[in-house]
Design a protein around this ligand. Structure first.
Ligand code: SF4
Length: 79
């Protein structure tokens, strides 16, 4: 799967469960909110590598505030 993890800041409570599930993708800011480890990433849209796909799905399911979602990128059809 190739996709992006979206963080809805209006819902997040900053307790950091997702940063524990996705340590390769997310760190915590000074207030505990998840931020991308990748400096090139948009702060609320984090590219998901193949090795983090399952953990990203788990984070979406376990987020207590329903603040996470995944947008899946589909390969272009070449048309
Ligand atoms: S698990 Fe959800 S509520 Fe908790 S820090 Fe992550 S995005 Fe925010």
């Amino acid at each position: 799967m190739s996709g992006t993890l979206h963080i809805d800041w209006t819902r997040c409570d900053g307790r950091g469960l997702c940063t524990e599930l996705l340590p390769k993708l997310l760190a915590r800011d000074d207030w505990g909110y998840p931020v991308p480890r990748s400096s090139s990433a948009n702060r609320s849209d984090v590219p998901i590598g193949p090795d983090s796909a399952e953990a990203a799905k788990e984070a979406v399911q376990l987020c207590p505030k329903l603040a996470l979602s995944i947008a899946v990128r589909r390969p272009s059809s070449g048309r």
